[in-house]
Design a protein around this ligand. Structure first.
Ligand code: NAP
Ligand code: ZN
Ligand code: ZN
Length: 349
């Protein structure tokens, strides 16, 4: 077994604290990664605090992982020891269902194995990236360009692909007017991508203090979503809206902003269901949809796109000892725009 240490939650109500555990030795197609950086996703907070009701403890969160390969199994061909690689939100799927065969492992019909908090096929509970190493089948490992800052790349593995995939699926391109709701980790990546794809992008935010940043990050316009008059002015004008908000909020304030036949796509996953006024959908044949991360091929495509276009996340790098403060700040929407843990700090304990 490989010895690992990191920070774990022992239950939903206690802070993350140091934790030692073991991982399997690499089998044929496994890559062992020494973790250098791990992003802090709001999903880590929902999970640790059991806000989705399916948490299993002890839980080492973290699914925005960048590190160096330290060992490979005998059948691994894509990766070499010493190479810098990345791992995201899922580390296994069935590989044989229609979704997996279509390179959309995130929609595996048998079920994906999440990077943490899930039983794996070896009978172990998966543990995530707030730790010094991880063992992953090479199919779920990505190559990285040396051009980009590895700390700022880490959030691409969840915040990046989760926004890139629906923006591509719904064909965001020049000539389209697109809204991004919420300027947090996902939102700021959605804004960067929608701008890069050539759309006219409007950022919706509840935080007046983020207006200047939204413009710097690529917004053509910024609307304060708490201002009903400003919202009213935007009615029937959007081709697509991507909602990244982590808390329950009123979707009926946004649906009327879509044109006929346009889609609203939800990627934020609050712990409570929304109330939808169906009239907002049916009178204009509007579509309410959702999306989850992206497949492995599309994740690699997104990483390559980011290298080509010099896109990374705006990050605040923290030592792991600050993780509980960072969680509090994320919940208060006080992060610009993603915390990333420098895993070298684990050695400071
Ligand atoms: P985050 O950094 O906390 O950003 C969320 C943003 O939502 C905040 O910055 C804030 O933006 C806005 N917001 C927060 N509370 C609000 C409220 N009560 N009313 C209105 N707006 C509010 O979170 P994140 O890491 O981007 O994650 C966002 C959500 O996506 C989470 O629910 C997470 O679990 C989910 N997620 C889903 C996927 C997927 O595959 N679908 C992947 C990753 C994460 P403003 O200050 O601009 O208003
Ligand atoms: Zn995430
Ligand atoms: Zn499958």
């Amino acid at each position: 077994m490989i010895q690992s240490h990191g920070y774990a939650a022992q239950q939903s109500t206690t802070p993350l604290a140091p934790f030692s555990f073991s991982r399997r030795d690499p089998v044929e197609r496994d890559v062992v990664v020494e973790i250098e950086y791990c992003g802090v996703c709001h999903s880590d907070i929902h999970s640790v605090r059991n806000e989705w009701g399916n948490a299993v403890y002890p839980m080492v969160p973290g699914h925005e992982i960048v590190g160096r390969v330290t060992a490979v199994g005998s059948a691994v061909r894509r990766f070499k020891v010493g190479e810098r690689v990345a791992v995201g939100v899922i580390i296994d799927s069935c590989r044989t269902c229609a979704s997996c065969k279509n390179n959309e492992e995130q929609y595996c019909e048998v079920g994906t194995t999440l990077t943490y908090g899930a039983p794996d096929k070896y009978g172990a509970l998966t543990q995530g990236g707030y730790s010094n190493n991880i063992v992953v089948d090479e199919h779920f490992v990505h190559t990285l360009s040396a051009k980009l800052d590895p700390a700022a790349v880490a959030p691409l593995l969840c915040a990046g692909i989760t926004t890139y995939s629906p923006l591509r699926h719904w064909k965001v391109e020049p000539g389209k007017k697109v809204g991004i709701v919420g300027l947090g980790g996902l939102g700021h990546m959605g804004l960067k991508f929608a701008h890069s794809f050539g759309a006219h992008v409007v950022q919706f935010t509840t935080s007046e203090s983020k207006i200047a940043d939204a413009k710097r990050l690529g917004a053509d316009d910024v609307v304060i979503s708490k201002d009903p008059a400003a919202m009213k002015k935007e009615e029937n004008t959007f081709d697509f809206i991507l909602d990244t908000v982590s808390a329950v909020h009123d979707l009926n304030a946004y649906l009327p902003l879509l044109k006929r036949d346009a889609a609203y796509c939800q990627v934020g996953l609050p712990d409570q269901p929304p109330v939808i006024n169906m009239g907002n959908l049916l009178f204009k044949r509007r579509v309410l949809s959702g999306s989850i991360i992206g497949g492995m091929a599309e994740t690699q495509q997104m990483l390559d796109y980011c290298a080509e276009h010099n896109i990374v996340s705006d990050v605040e790098v923290i030592p792991i000892q600050k993780i509980n403060d960072a969680f509090e700040r994320v919940v208060k929407a006080d992060v610009k725009y993603r915390f990333v843990i420098d895993m070298a700090s684990l050695k400071q304990q």
